[in-house]
Design a protein around this ligand. Structure first.
Ligand SMILES: C[S@@+](CC[C@H](N)C(=O)[O-])C[C@H]1O[C@@H](n2cnc3c(N)ncnc32)[C@H](O)[C@@H]1O
Length: 243
């Protein structure tokens, strides 16, 4: 695929992204993975893909539980960082999730809203098709998305977040089906502007997407403790998919 700049290839590749989200820590990732693994009962002999793995917090923990894990992400900087944790059963690759995967796995994890970045619905569906193609007939996939209903209901339009002595000026809005976060900051006299633009995909739309990728939604959960999904109150929309 032609390399051109998009908000997601820029923003996620900066260290500012990691500073802003540093509170989303290792412990949260571990607790969620422990709950998922207990629910899914995936044998330790299996190979897992952490799709859009970032710096690998879920990959590293899954590997520590005994799984073979591949972490894949578009951000070269994040993969370079994650590579320091690589071992014979844990590898990291630069991969655009819209491009066919060059490996087969037993389960795919797509964590912490790492989906819905593309303008064209066909590209989101392509990602789901790539996931389906990488799985055996009894394979499963987990999509950990936001509950767009609750996010939109509770949208804070202006906020200043201070992390590591940096002030992130954040403006949020919903426009043409996307939840948009504009991020401005000044660092050492330089001004920076970044954006997050994530599609407001609700359960109904996910169901249609999945049908087009020959995936079936088997379970939905509403938070990292795997409580039932509730449209009004859940923070997350966590989907367990099968072929
Ligand atoms: C919200 S972050 C989550 C990272 C990681 N899953 C975590 O929980 O820490 C989203 C990730 O998606 C990656 N990403 C964005 N667009 C991508 C694409 N087209 N293909 C693969 N990864 C992509 C970003 O580089 C970023 O690491």
């Amino acid at each position: 695929m032609e390399e051109f700049k998009t908000w997601f290839s820029e923003w996620f590749n900066t260290h500012y992204y990691h500073i802003l989200y540093k509170n989303r820590n290792q412990q949260e990732a571990r607790d969620f993975i422990e709950n998922l693994v207990a629910f899914l009962k995936i044998p330790k002999s299996k190979t897992l893909l952490d799709l859009a793995c970032g710096k690998g917090r879920h990959s590293i923990f899954l590997n520590s539980l005994g799984y073979k894990v591949i972490g894949a992400d578009l951000s070269k900087n994040s993969i370079e960082y994650a590579n320091q944790f690589a071992n014979k059963d844990l590898s990291f690759v630069v991969q655009d999730m819209r491009e066919p995967f060059l490996f087969s796995v037993d389960a795919v994890f797509n964590m912490f809203t790492s989906f819905g970045y593309f303008d064209d619905d066909a590209e989101d569906i392509k990602v789901l098709q790539n996931i389906a193609n990488s799985l055996p007939d009894d394979g499963i996939a987990v999509i950990d998305y936001m509950n767009v209903n609750k996010v939109i209901e509770n949208l804070v339009s202006n906020e200043v977040v201070t992390r590591d002595e940096l002030q992130f000026h954040i403006r949020r809005k919903v426009k043409q089906g996307f939840i948009i976060k504009e991020i401005d900051l000044t660092d050492q006299g330089e001004e920076y502007h970044f954006m997050e633009r994530v599609k407001a995909i609700n359960l109904e739309k996910f169901t249609k997407y999945c049908q087009q990728a020959n995936l079936t939604i088997q379970h939905t959960f509403g938070n990292y403790q795997l409580d039932p999904f509730n449209l009004q109150t859940s923070d997350r929309l966590i989907l367990i998919l099968s072929k």
